[in-house]
Ligand binder design. Structure first.
Ligand SMILES: [Mn+2]
Length: 323
């Protein structure tokens, strides 16, 4: 099973009122070219599709074109989740309809968690899409389910509301507790040798942040210990904009599509290709530099600055003033 992992597209983002849309389109052209050559079984987009809850129409049109080219023209499924910059309901629009064509999109989680199953020569791989979910959102939804809207008896996992008595729903205060709950749900559904991939949007403890990420919670409690994801075959994450990995590469950030702040000037943006063989652990992973290698992107110039800045019209230069 070959997985092309990408994240944090932030379509429609502007830097100092300068639209990055043309550069985003060029980078997505590179992604589509890579997909056409590599023929992954699935492309995974781990949140922050757009830069804000109500993206510009041109950004929505770019996403529309990209999904069409990948899913309809290249016939490669896409699995996408909402990140903390996205609006859950808007991202979730059309989810059940699009699924029939191979575009799996999840703006908000639904209970019980249900995997998307893709099969290769070694058998099934279970993909769990868990969009960005605040601890309070998860608590509220679990309370609602416990109160009066529990799903049908035969679809309840072993730790469902009817078996938990007064302790259910569990107390969930932090992002780590959210993902402990998610992984426990998955563990209750799977066989130990099943290959399981989780797609999420979260801040793993020890990860290197950038200036273009919005904090998940004010006052801490946003960090998740990498060990939480230990039982899973692969965790495809979004949120941190620098490509990086944990747990021997089994927990990974693909990084953002472009450099979105001066703190990312030295990043080399990329797409990640993960190959799963028959074992529960991932096989080789390939790091594919994206279009941004040849693109100046956000860069930080110091010293005697040329003025006016001479750069490609669609490549902004951020000028850092220092004394
Ligand atoms: Mn992001």
């Amino acid at each position: 099973m070959k997985i092309l992992h990408t994240a944090d597209w932030h379509l429609g983002k502007s830097l100092n009122q300068f639209s990055l849309l043309a550069d985003q389109e060029a980078a997505l052209d590179q992604l589509l070219a890579l997909a056409a050559t590599e023929r992954p079984d699935v492309v995974v987009l781990a949140g922050d599709i757009y830069d804000r809850a109500v993206p510009p129409a041109e950004a929505v049109a770019l996403f529309h074109r990209t999904v069409n080219r990948l899913v309809m023209d290249l016939n490669i499924p896409l699995m996408a989740i909402a990140g903390n910059h996205d609006n859950a309901e808007r991202i979730h629009y059309g989810a059940q309809l699009f699924e029939r064509q191979g575009f799996y999109v999840s703006g908000y989680f639904t209970y019980p968690l249900q995997p998307i199953v893709l099969t290769d020569a070694y058998g099934p791989v279970y993909f769990y899409l868990f969009p960005y979910t605040e601890p309070e959102m998860l608590r509220a939804e679990l309370r609602r389910l416990a109160r009066n809207d529990a799903p049908a008896q035969d679809s309840l996992p072993p730790d469902g509301p009817e078996n938990q008595g007064a302790d259910w729903p569990p107390s969930i205060q932090t992002h780590e507790e959210v993902f402990r709950w998610v992984v426990a749900q998955i563990q209750a559904q799977r066989q130990p040798t099943d290959r399981v991939v989780l797609v999420g949007h979260a801040f793993v403890q020890g990860g290197a942040p950038s200036d273009s990420e919005r904090k998940l919670l004010v006052g801490g409690a946003e960090f998740i210990a990498p060990a939480v994801f230990g039982p899973l075959t692969y965790t495809a994450l979004g949120h941190l904009h620098q490509p990086q990995h944990f747990n021997e590469g089994r927990v990974r950030y693909a990084g953002s599509l472009l450099k979105y702040s001066t703190s990312e000037a030295k990043h080399q943006k990329s797409f990640t290709i993960i190959a799963l063989d028959g074992r529960w652990q991932p096989g080789k992973s390939t790091w594919c530099p994206s279009a941004t290698c040849g693109w100046s992107g956000a860069r930080c110039a110091r010293g005697n600055l040329p003025w006016p800045a001479t750069s490609h019209p669609s490549s902004p230069t951020i000028i850092c003033l220092s004394n």
